[in-house]
Design a protein around this ligand. Structure first.
Ligand code: PDD
Length: 280
């Protein structure tokens, strides 16, 4: 089992992988990323991640890259690592060019990855639930594109930790609940799920979609619509979803208890269904 990096076709130890100082990802945040996890030696939702990567690259007018080449590179890095429960971080920048806001004429995208064991969330969060604060969403207007411009997310996560809670939930100036720093937010009321619709203000999370699909298969009512912070506080259940987060119940927000303060039925049921679907 070995942690490894991949740089434009070459696999190497992580500390040998270096990024040129004029990489546009480094200078402008002009790069997109994906984080893909494996369970028991099998990468899950790989095609969904490749679809989203393609959408991000298209949205930023990156040159087209072969999906087969990207898939083969991911699988090779994963296999060479021998890590059963791996997290592959994949980043593609527009390329290396003298610093200039305008895109270079002939961009050569730089493709890098790392593979390491997944940094699991503490099990007590799954059993007893975690806590969060709400913060005004300071991010840019295209959060649907998975770019590496994550400073507002990093600041919000840090603010949450300093407040003694697990995460921050972004709320718009007008009080609409969007998503958390690296997860989507779903609430449950009377057995009915509600989550923010797919707009430019949130990431189209793969786990969010898996949960919506599970609901559709099981005839559990789920709506994609806007809801405000008072609806969040008054929900029976709140949970976060994401590749690393999986289904993570939130039992207190801004110091207010959600529901009865315990992990709810819906979170338990959907968490089990998700773990079954990924073969955990
Ligand atoms: N984050 N929303 C945001 C802002 C995210 O960064 C993520 C994922 C999600 C959940 O998406 P998915 O279910 O496709 O993982 C929602 C990744 C894991 C990260 O930044 O490492």
């Amino acid at each position: 089992m070995q942690e490894l990096a991949y740089m434009n076709g070459t696999i190497m130890p992580i500390d040998e992988a270096k990024v040129p100082i004029e990489d546009r990802g480094y200078n402008f945040g002009d790069a997109v990323y994906e984080y893909i996890a494996s369970y028991q030696g099998k990468l899950v939702y790989l095609e969904e991640h490749l679809d989203r990567l393609d959408r991000s690259m298209t949205a930023l007018s990156f040159p087209k890259m072969s999906r087969d080449m990207i898939r083969r590179a991911i699988l090779e890095l994963f296999e060479q690592s021998g890590i059963q429960r791996a997290g592959i971080y994949l980043q593609i920048s527009r390329g290396v060019a003298p610093r200039d806001h305008a895109y270079p004429d002939d961009p050569q995208p730089q493709f890098m990855m790392t593979v390491r064991p997944v940094h699991e969330k503490p099990p007590e969060f799954r059993h007893n639930g975690a806590t969060a604060i709400t913060l005004t969403d300071l991010r840019w207007g295209r959060c649907d594109i998975k770019t590496v411009q994550l400073l507002a997310n990093a600041m919000a996560k840090q603010q949450a930790l300093e407040a003694g809670v697990f995460d921050a939930i972004f709320v718009s100036e007008s009080g609409i609940v969007r998503e958390a720093t690296s997860s989507n937010v779903i609430i449950a009321n009377d057995g009915r799920l509600i989550t923010h619709p797919l707009t430019e203000q949130i990431l189209p999370g793969i786990t969010r979609q898996v949960i919506l699909d599970i609901c559709a298969e099981r005839d559990l009512p789920a709506e994609e619509r806007f809801f405000d912070v008072d609806t969040l506080y008054a929900a029976d259940e709140v949970f976060l979803t994401g590749t690393v987060t999986e289904v993570l119940p939130i039992v207190a927000i801004d110091g207010r208890t959600i529901g009865d303060g315990k992990v709810g039925q819906m979170a338990r049921k959907l968490s089990r269904a998700l773990l079954e679907s990924v073969g955990a």
